[in-house]
Design a protein around this ligand. Structure first.
Ligand SMILES: [Zn+2]
Length: 148
């Protein structure tokens, strides 16, 4: 029985490693920079309309993901049948935002690049909140609105 479970787990790992590698070879289309686990991908034209300060702030946000190892933490969790929840992914974004020194530049960049309500929430938080230590300030409210 244990041996069968180990084979299933091994197949699960091989499956996700293959997905990960195929994502490196055939990257999904992103409009904004992202860390794929090995390097930061900068899609063509991602910084159109951004000031140099805003582009730098976006780069610093991605470097925060690299330092924090978010991609690898999420991947390890997936391999252990404990996928990262959407709320936790959102917290990872907020933590990476908080590591960027130029909050205003990141906030305006996010506002320009925003694809969804969460990006707009992050922009407002960076531009409006003076309380950088309150990581999830307003997040419950944002998630409640999004689920409506
Ligand atoms: Zn991010």
């Amino acid at each position: 029985m244990l041996e069968a479970l180990m084979y299933i787990w091994g197949a699960w790992i091989v499956f996700w490693v293959a997905i990960f590698i195929s994502g490196l070879i055939f990257p999904p289309e992103y409009r904004t920079p992202h860390h794929n686990g090995l390097w930061i991908v900068f899609p063509e034209g991602w910084d159109d309309g951004l000031t140099p300060e805003e582009a730098l702030a976006v780069l610093h946000h991605e470097l925060a993901h690299v330092r924090r190892g978010d991609v690898w933490v999420n991947f390890a969790r997936l391999l252990c049948f404990w996928p990262t929840s959407r709320a936790e992914r959102h917290r990872q974004e907020l933590r990476a935002d908080d590591e960027v020194e130029d909050r205003v530049a990141l906030g305006t960049a996010l506002w320009k690049l925003s694809r969804d309500g969460f990006d707009q929430f992050r922009a407002k938080r960076l531009l409006g909140s003076q309380d950088a230590n309150n990581l999830t300030s307003g997040m419950d409210e944002h998630q409640r609105k999004e689920s409506e």
